[in-house]
Design a protein around this ligand. Structure first.
Ligand code: GRF
Length: 198
């Protein structure tokens, strides 16, 4: 039976991409990463992919904007270029920082997103910092990480897996981020397997 294919979209460091690469390499994920796509040419995750011998694609939204092109043209071009390589069984947004509309989402079987907060708690950017501020203000005692199916509404959609992360009185923003990222690296692998083996 043909091995299933994964496409990963990134915008930066790619530590979650690295967790997926490592899981494929050791057989924890029984599928192949066919392509890594970044909207930023300087994303370190591209180096991680190249080091693992994985094909990469950079489609810069800034370049599209400078050319006066529309967001929808960017999304359709990205979808076309991905499909020229593979139509993935699953697409993983691992630190991908652009919002994708229905024009893109509807073209793929399954797109999942990793977000460092619990459903509906801190949607959008800087979720960990916002959770830490809420903790400092005595509003919350814990935060979390989730992986969900992507719909047009940012960081919403059916939750695949989630995990609560307690915030400790001794925590700094750095120690909390470190603990959350460690949990992300485990949760993203579990969520991919859950989706692929559904
Ligand atoms: C992660 O916290 C992810 O949940 C968020 O951005 C960060 C990306 O980290 N969307 P990395 O690029 O995977 O290291």
């Amino acid at each position: 039976m043909k091995r299933k294919s994964i496409v990963v979209l990134i915008s930066g460091n790619g530590s979650n991409l690295q967790a997926i690469i490592d899981a494929v390499k050791c057989g924890e994920i029984n599928a192949d990463i066919s392509l890594v796509v970044s909207n930023k040419a300087d994303a370190y995750g591209l180096d991680r992919a190249a080091n693992a011998g994985i094909r990469t694609l950079v489609i810069s939204y800034q370049t599209f904007k400078k050319q006066g092109k529309l967001r929808i043209e960017y999304e359709l071009e990205m979808a076309r270029k991905i499909k020229d390589v593979v139509d993935p069984d699953i697409m993983v947004l691992a630190g991908f920082m652009l919002i994708l509309s229905e024009n893109f989402i509807q073209q793929f079987k399954n797109i999942i997103n990793l977000h460092p907060a619990l459903p509906g708690q801190f949607d959008g950017t800087h979720a960990i910092e916002r959770a830490f501020t809420a903790f400092t203000n005595g509003e919350i005692k814990s935060t979390g990480v989730m992986v969900h199916r992507v719909i047009p509404e940012v960081d919403r959609g059916p939750v695949i897996l989630k995990q609560t992360v307690d915030i400790l009185p001794t925590d700094t923003i750095e120690s909390l981020e470190e603990r959350i990222h460690a949990i992300e690296h485990q949760l993203i692998v579990k969520a991919i397997n859950k989706e692929l083996n559904e």
